[in-house]
Design a protein. Sequence first.
Length: 242
Amino acid sequence: MNSTIAHDKDPMGRAIADYHKTGKAGKLRVLSSMFYEDEIPVPTLFRTFDKMPPQEQAAIELCRGRVLDMGAGAGCHSLELQQRGHDVVAIDISELSVQVMKERGIDARLINFFDETFTEKFNTILLAMNGIGIVGKAEKLPQFFQNAKRLLAPGGQILLDSSDIRYIFMNDDGSMDINLAAGYYGEVDYKMRYRNTTGEPFDWLYIDFDTLSMYANESGFNCEKCADGEHYDYLARLTVKL
């Protein structure tokens, strides 16, 4: 759970800044010890509502009241919500990304969700694009829920999408190659690279709905599935138990 990211260690922020300024960007490469090298197409970070996948569109539709957009990146979800009349605060740990969002007319803050000095209240906390991944490890979910309770207004909600990545470990016969001694299978290590900028390694969490529900229930939250995606992904809505 990084506090904030320095410019020289912020490949995603540099890619976002380049695209914002010029309409073009190089490859934003994603490296992991678990998978082959991947790439995030930078234009997708600036997508409009009609280009968002169905579960993201559903999340936007379900937002209500004052919204906290976590890990907002270039601010595409914040902009759509603002256009719908919501009061939105976007937060990110990338100073470059926050600057871009401010230039796009968004109330953006350079702050970590886990910073205890951040004490505003919100009706909706939105974690789009597997935003729950910032937790890093499943065992840190109770801390996430504790912080969420502090920031949620009475009757507030958390909207998040994630994926069950067990399919990656599945054999043709349906058996699973998962080392149970190595921790939860949805915990992934990543590192990003953009041009001559390489970021620090970080942990990222993909969580299946049943495991999310278990942790949510233990932390005093109701958890309901709102939508299923096309590839083991889903949208969930969480509310504090009365």
